[in-house]
Design a protein around this ligand. Structure first.
Ligand code: NAD
Ligand SMILES: O=C(O)C1=N[C@H](C(=O)O)CCC1
Length: 270
């Protein structure tokens, strides 16, 4: 029997980091071999299990990604854009699958992943859940079926600690809606209304972000026409669905050719 792939979790103390750790520990298909946190983090040097308030796991939290990645076959990375760019460079050096859940990356930062993807598999998605990836497909389909008499609005809601807006998922849905209409999202996105904005521009795709409490992630795509309104909705009620998707991506990535992939590839939804 071949050994189960070794997994490193970056940002291991974070909301998603801890969920990823629990998901890997609960899987019989992968092993946890490393945990990375930012320089200066109070967990550095501690056993990860103890730092999380449980029994020792034999994994020491480190701020040295190169040392951690060298022992692994995949990295699950839900951190922040600058960190993710650095991890992509190191994952490429170590030839490990880099699963990127980090959102809020600029177009330039996304383009900067290209050199790394020549040497290693990168799977990146603003949302790793099956439901949202299906919603992306449905959004593209409905958008292609309706003309600009229907105004498209993407409304998202997340917890009060989220630092980026619109959410990565909202942007995926906006991209799908734009693709369905055969337009470029950057030409039609309306990402913040305040004051005397004037009437809505025909063909625009609008974004609204709600931030509050402990909301895990909710997304509506509204198609508002004259006399009727269609809403496609996804509600996440447990972060584990993102973590399970990320682990699935890490396992899928083993043996794939270097390059950039997304959850549509992993889930076979293309
Ligand atoms: N794609 C998805 O399915 C999905 C799902 C949930 C969250 N996210 C995204 O994941 C990211 C993290 O979300 P969160 O709620 O867990 O945030 P969080 O703030 O709880 O966790 C981020 C962690 O990354 C760590 N970090 C930051 N810089 C680092 C560095 N240079 N080296 C190592 N660690 C570093 C932080 O210390 C922190 O522990 C966000 O971008 C969020 O939007 C994506
Ligand atoms: O909690 C977050 O942050 C989430 N981020 C992703 C996004 O930006 O869409 C996915 C949902 C949760």
């Amino acid at each position: 029997m071949t050994e189960r792939p070794g997994i490193v979790v970056t940002g291991a103390s974070g909301r998603m980091g801890q969920m990823l750790v629990r998901t890997v520990l609960g899987s019989d298909k992968a092993r946890l071999v490393g945990a990375v946190e930012r320089a200066g983090h109070p967990w550095l040097g501690q056993d990860l299990g103890a730092a999380m308030g449980g029994a020792d796991l034999g994994v020491t939290v480190t701020d040295d990604p190169l040392e951690a990645f060298a022992k692994a076959q995949a990295v699950l990375d839900f951190t922040a854009p600058a960190a993710t760019l650095e991890f992509a460079r190191i994952a490429a050096q170590a030839r490990v699958v880099h699963v990127i859940g980090t959102t809020g990356m600029s177009a330039e930062e996304i383009a900067a992943l290209e050199p790394a993807s020549r040497h290693a598999v990168i799977v990146r998605a603003g949302n790793m859940s099956l439901g949202v990836n299906l919603l992306v497909k449905l959004t593209r389909m409905v958008s292609a079926a309706l003309d600009e008499d229907f105004d498209i609005e993407v409304i998202e809601a997340h917890h009060n600690q989220k630092v980026d807006a619109p959410s990565g998922t909202a942007l995926m849905l906006g991209e799908a809606a734009a693709e369905g209409r055969g337009v470029a999202l950057e030409d039609v996105a309306d990402r913040g209304r305040d004051g005397i904005t004037g009437a809505r521009k025909r063909g625009d795709i609008g974004f609204t972000a709600i931030r509050g409490g402990d909301i895990i992630g909710e997304h509506d795509v509204v198609f508002a026409g004259a006399g009727e309104r269609l809403t496609l909705r996804h509600v996440a009620s447990d972060r584990s669905l993102f973590a399970k998707g990320a682990l699935r991506a890490a396992l899928w990535g083993q043996g794939q050719k270097p390059g950039q992939y997304d959850m549509m590839d992993v889930l076979g939804l293309n």
